[in-house]
Write a protein that binds this ligand. Structure first.
Ligand SMILES: [Fe+2]
Length: 461
């Protein structure tokens, strides 16, 4: 045997050994073991799901109430487990509740300072949305992005809700973040339980007990089997919209906003597939004036992924652009958030751009009524279909990669770490990209005006 052949055999053996060892580590790390502090899921006007984990199998109990000194209501599990799920029902909307978790023999937490939640309102209230993208790499950048966004929010509070009375507002303060979205790739590199612990539960420990995280399914979350065992998502329209029958994609209503969370990774992306069918039915029933969509793979990106390259991410970017965007735009979508490219890209107000970057033209830019061509957009209040949407790629909440950032759809491209804060106050939406140093590096607004006619384009038919 020639020396070259011997060398090739050795290299092959090393590669196989590495792959086996790596799989074994991820398999071991994916077991749902160990203790995990309480976190909340599927928060709605009348219910919430409390999750936590314990070392041993136990019968979990939650006690809760509006008065932190008197948690007078109790819910418990029906059988012992180490991965606990307790749903609290029959709650009042727009109300702060406190809770404690434990077992029949006692409650774990002495302090419940972090353990509260604020049920979704049933009326229109100023709303703050925080979006993190590709956040799953623990480290300095992730902490800086988190801290700079939270600090900015603290320094720039939303106007207080039109409180029914001051006592109620004081007793039940609205939280700093009303809707928290993670745009996928929440735990690098393989979405194992241990990686979720290090990349999500530990760095976001202050927020998770009191702010429901609404996740988007990313390619790294899909590599192992943890995601659906740690998140409880509204497949039966518990939080609004039409039942999707799957936790892969779902809807959320909050105040005057309808959110659709889509799965660009593992679900059928065909225009006649189950997800497309659900999306059409969901958007057709929606009565909320604002529509925000989120999924992982960007329809337009020249970042660390190229949406023109049909073999990049196995064509998922192209599939979403060609098959799903027409449904979203016909359904009146205002804002579309994605991640996957580890940078920030933000489009003009555009419509009907379903081809590659070469086919994009100025005709796709919805310019009617624009006060400032690139930052302050107007849309009609009473028309929905094809009035323009802004597309945002925000995948730099834990790391930044390289890219040409020259997709013609986009007005802004930044190779910077950060996250996005969106404020919706009645008919005005303002979005800001806050970098890891706390600077506002992009800001734009969309205002919906009753006396503005817009310009129906009707291209999709
Ligand atoms: Fe990704």
């Amino acid at each position: 045997m020639s020396l070259l052949k011997k060398l090739a055999k050795i290299i092959l053996a090393l590669i196989v050994a590495y792959a086996v060892a790596r799989f074994a580590v991820v398999f071991y790390d994916s077991r749902l073991t160990g203790a995990r502090a309480p976190y909340i899921q599927t928060l709605t006007p009348h219910s919430v799901v409390i999750r936590w984990m314990t070392e041993e199998n136990q019968l979990g109990i939650v006690r809760f109430g509006e008065d932190p000194q008197l948690l007078s209501s109790i819910e418990m599990e029906s059988s012992p487990t180490n991965n606990h799920t307790v749903k609290l029902d029959g709650l009042k909307p727009a109300t702060r509740y406190y809770y404690q978790t434990g077992t029949i023999s006692g409650f774990y937490q002495k302090s419940i300072e972090r353990q509260w939640f604020y049920t979704h309102p049933e009326t229109v209230q100023p709303t703050r949305i925080w979006l993190i993208g590709d956040s799953g790499k623990a480290g300095e950048i992730q902490s800086q992005v988190r801290d700079s966004a939270l600090q900015w929010m603290q320094q720039n509070p939303l106007p207080a809700p039109a409180a029914t009375d001051d006592d109620a507002a004081e007793k039940s303060p609205s939280p700093p973040v009303n809707v928290w979205l993670a745009l996928g790739d929440i735990a690098y590199r393989s979405g194992s339980n241990q990686q979720f612990q290090e990349s999500l539960f530990e760095p976001y420990a202050e927020l998770l007990p009191n702010t429901a995280l609404w996740p988007v399914y990313g390619n790294h979350d899909d590599r192992r089997w943890t995601y659906f065992r740690i998140f409880d998502l509204p497949e039966n329209a518990e939080a609004g919209g039409v039942p999707s029958g799957t936790e892969n994609y779902y809807a959320i209503d909050y105040s005057n906003i309808h959110f659709v969370i889509l799965d660009s990774q593992a679900s059928d992306r065909d225009k006649d597939g189950d997800m497309a069918d659900w999306l059409r039915r969901d958007l057709a029933q929606n009565k909320k004036p604002w529509v925000i969509a989120a999924f992982h793979h960007p329809p337009y990106s020249k970042g660390s992924h190229d949406s023109d390259n049909t073999s990049d991410s196995r064509g998922r970017m192209q599939d979403m652009r060609e098959n799903i965007l027409p449904i979203l735009e016909a359904g009146g979508v205002d804002l579309v958030f994605t991640g996957h490219s580890h940078m920030y890209e933000r489009s003009h107000l555009i419509d009907c751009a379903y081809g590659d970057s070469q086919s994009f033209s100025l005709d796709n830019i919805v310019s009617g009524g624009v006060k400032n061509k690139s930052r302050q957009y107007l849309k009609p209040l009473n028309k929905k279909s094809h009035q323009g949407a802004v597309y945002v790629v925000a995948g730099s909440s834990a790391k930044v990669d390289q890219g040409s950032l020259d997709h013609p759809v986009h007005y802004v491209g930044l190779q910077e770490a950060g996250s996005v804060i969106v404020d919706v106050v009645d008919d005005k939406l303002t979005a800001r990209f806050i970098n890891n140093e706390g600077q506002v590096r992009d800001e734009f607004s969309i205002t919906k005006q009753a006396d503005y006619d817009g310009g129906y384009r009707g291209c999709a038919d």
